[in-house]
Design a protein around this ligand. Sequence first.
Ligand code: RIB
Length: 304
Amino acid sequence: MKLLPAGRVIVIGSVNTDRILRCPVLPAPGETVLAADATLGFGGKGGSQAVAAARMGAATHLVAKVGRDADGEAALADLRGAQIETGAVHTHPDAPTGQAIVMVEPGGENSIVVVPGANARLTPEEVTAALARLHLLPVDVVLTSNEVPAECIRATAAALPAAGPNGGTRWLHNTAPAGDLPGPGPTGRRPLVVANAVEARQLTGAATATEAARALARLAEGAVVTLGGEGAVVVTGEGLTRLPAPAVQVVDTTGAGDVFCGALAARLARGAALAEAAATAVAAGAFAVTALGARGALPRPADL
Ligand code: RIB
């Protein structure tokens, strides 16, 4: 049997500094609550997806933008320390590094407000140039999400080579924060959509997560809908697979979806079948909720 080389994971996404507030309850509109404490952490959906993929053993590249400031320098140093290839992480001279206020309640649920800053200044030209330099291969996996401008997602779609008889570079699109689904690029490539249950229902108007997953799959190459503690459901042309999650002690659900996406991309880049890769991603997402912060618990393969 001929073994294929492992593919790379290429993440196009956001980099944020997270200020994490542990709150007794999440504030309702008009309400003031007193947090137990505030801590700073590295975050941003793209940054965390990339670090999660690298932890799972993938050669990982990040296409992103930070500010020319102390947060940006710290974020870059952290990404490089995590073995991420940061040649396409740009620095904006004026816009600050993205920030997020993350409020977490004792049950682990959160509310997040993001100030995009430099993330909103990533340009489609920068994405196109980065992907051209990487010479995408059929074994590579490209991962996008909605914290960078929609034109950057369209530039990604346009840069994907046409699929050959055995498929092509895999494109995963994470619909977080909830936003429109990207249309196909000029070569007709559509993404495999990764959404949580809320996003999936918002995008499709379906009453249940399972119906939403089926509806999303019809609009894309397939759909993976995460269900929190219930695991995930995968829908492709071949049918529907339910993947249960292991029971864990939940500390903070922040970033669980990012770890899920990073692990899914890493396993697909290793040639795993989608259901098998998604099962690993469910376990990775469950691991991620056991500590505070988006990067508090990032699994290595041996942890799963
Ligand atoms: O998914 C969690 C992430 O959302 C946080 O790290 C925050 O930065 C926002 O991007």
